[in-house]
Write a protein that binds this ligand. Structure first.
Ligand code: SF4
Length: 243
């Protein structure tokens, strides 16, 4: 599966992130754990009981039943009418790392997979920089499973409706860390309208799982100067994981 990881290909990944290869303090990869402060309390997410109302009770569903429920979901009338297909999420269903973005774009809507295209390639580079690979120990999902027309921001009621599905995925995966990609994902998970700059750079939590906030890859494509800050966030995530 995929091409072999040659030194040249490896360097291209790292160059895409604008980073040096991650080297832990003190020597061999993975040998040093840098302690981090405990997660900060944040605004409470919207109570879970209020979220699933539009999509019914999904808390008992297994993966297949959940995927089928999402594929048939019409809770958001406009999104359901205009989508090509739902974008459920992709990756290792027992992943330690869960990355959550905003919503499918046009290409994701066509292919049914989150983070394809240039932003997806940059996310792959971010994963590589962490020593990770899409599909291996990594699961990728979005706040919304349907594309908002014209790539507009998700409406609050849409995000609320879709949250039950995401929460069930989180319960099934039981990741050791969640990385929120971008403002929309961060604000929705945390139930806050704080700007991303105030949320990143510190360990938070969602549903008692450590949460680290960083920039959306699509933003980083527009603002490559912020790749350095994104790298800092990923290093924080590594420290939170203790690897
Ligand atoms: S965004 Fe989520 S809740 Fe809304 S129609 Fe799509 S799957 Fe259903």
């Amino acid at each position: 599966m995929g091409s072999p990881m040659t030194p040249e290909r490896r360097q291209r990944y790292l160059d895409a992130m604008g980073i040096q290869r991650w080297v832990p303090r003190g020597g061999a990869a993975g040998s040093t754990v840098v302690p981090v402060d405990p997660p900060e309390p944040v605004a409470s997410p919207v109570p879970a009981g209020a979220l699933g109302d539009l999509v019914g009770d999904v808390a008992h569903l297994d993966w297949d039943a959940l995927a089928a429920r999402v594929a048939a979901c019409n809770a958001c009338e406009e999104l359901a009418a205009k989508r090509t297909r739902t974008v459920f999420g992709v990756g290792d269903r027992q992943a330690d790392w869960l990355f959550i973005g905003e919503a499918p774009g046009a290409e994701e809507d066509r292919q049914g997979e989150p983070f394809v295209g240039r932003a997806g390639q940059l996310l792959d580079s971010m994963l590589f920089a962490l020593g990770l690979k899409r599909g291996q120990g990594v699961y990728i999902a979005n706040i919304l499973k349907c594309r908002p027309p014209g790539n507009r921001d998700p409406k609050p009621e849409e995000a609320r409706a879709c949250r039950a599905y995401l929460d069930r995925q989180i319960d099934l995966i039981q990741p050791r860390i969640i990385v929120a990609l971008g403002r929309i994902a961060a604000q929705n998970l945390l139930g806050t309208d704080e700007p991303l700059g105030r949320l990143r750079g510190k360990p938070l939590n969602y549903r008692d799982i450590p949460l680290v906030i960083t920039y959306h890859p699509a933003y980083l494509l527009r603002q490559p100067a912020d790749k350095r800050k994104a790298w800092d966030d990923l290093c924080l995530a590594r420290r939170v994981m203790g690897v």
